[in-house]
Design a protein around this ligand. Sequence first.
Ligand code: PLP
Length: 368
Amino acid sequence: MALLTIEKKPTVDVLPAAQREAILADPGFGRHFTDHMVTITWTEGRGWHDGRLVPFGPLSLHPAANVLHYAQEVFEGLKAYRLPDGTTALFRPETNARRFQHSARRMAMPELPVTTFLQACEAHLRQDHAWVPEHGTEKSLYLRPFMVGTEPGLGMRPAAEYLFALIASPAAAYFAGDVEPLSIWVCEDRVRAVSGGVGDAKTGGNYAASLLAQTEAAARGCDQVAYLDAVEHRWVEELGAMNLFFVYEGRAGEPPTIVTPPLTGSLLAGVTRDSVLTLARELGWDTREAPVSVDQWQADAAEGTLTEVFACGTAAVLTPVGVVKRAGAEWTQGDGAPGRVTLKLRRMLLDIQRGLAGDRHGWVHRVR
Ligand SMILES: *Cc1c(COP(=O)(O)O)cnc(C)c1O
C-alpha cells in the first residue's frame, strides 16, 4: 500500500520552551495540547488525500456537518513514552490502528489504512517530540486520533466526506496519586451498551450515554461506574473507559487466577486488557475470560476469595479498586489498599512501555 504524503506546514509560533516545560511539570490529563496536529481528508471517489501536519488550532465545520447531528465519530487513545536512550516509542500502535478500523466499520465510516494511522502518529511525534516527557517519570504524551463525518446535509445516511485528525496532550498519571484505589458505583439501572449495538466501537456516543450515570456515581462519592449487561442487568461488563479484572489469589504457593469479562460485543477490547492477559499467561497464572455477576463479586469479596479487583486502560494503566457500592450494599475490596498482583502487573507493563524490560512481543514501536 503506497504511503500517503503528509505535507508539513509547521507553525513558526511554537510555544516557548520555558512555557512547555512548565506545562510538562504538571500536565494533568487532556488539558494542554502540543503545537501541531495532523489532518487527512476522505471523500467518496477519491479516498484518503490531503495529509497535512499543521499548527494546532480550531477546525472549521459546516453547521450541517454529519457529526454535529448524527454523530458519525470514532476515536483512539495511545501513549508515547521516552525510552532510557531518549528515543520516543509508542505502545502497540498497530493494535489501536486496527481497532480504529473496527470502530469505523461499525459506524459506516471509511477505514484508515493501518500504515496511514502509523504515519500520522510518527509525523506528529517527529515534529512535537519535545512534548514527550522525560524518561523516568510516569508521564507520557497521549495521542488522540479521531475521525468525523464532515459532509453537510441533514439527510440521514453515511457522510460522503470525513476528516481524520490527530492531536496530542501531555499526560500525568490519569488519576491523582495514580495507584490510589478507585471507588466504584455498580449501576444496576442505566446501561452503557448492548450486544449488537456499538459498545465495542470507540465512538463518542457511548461516552455521552455514560455521563449521567457517571454524575450519579460522583454524587454517591464514587470515582467510576461499573456497567452491567443490558439484558439481565446481572453480568459485570466494564467501567466507562476501562476494562475490569478480578483476582483470586492462589493458596500457599499456587499461582493466582485472574478473570475478566469476555468480549461479548458490548464492551471495548482494550489493548491494556489484552496485554495484561498475555503477561499473566506468561507468568503461568490461570487466566479466564468468563462472565462475573455482581452478586458473585459481592459474595466472593465478602468471603475473601476475591483478593483484588483492578481496572485497566491506556490512560490509567492499571488502577486498583478499593471501595465498591451498589444499591443497598457497600464493601471494601481486600483491605482497601493496592494488591500484590495488581502492582506486579502494573509494574511489568510500565517497565515494558518505558523500555526498562525486554520487549518479547514487539509491543514497543520506536519512532526515529
Ligand atoms: C478505551 C477504552 C478501554 C481501554 O482500552 P485500552 O486500549 O486499554 O486503552 C476500555 N473500555 C472502554 C469503554 C474504552 O473506551
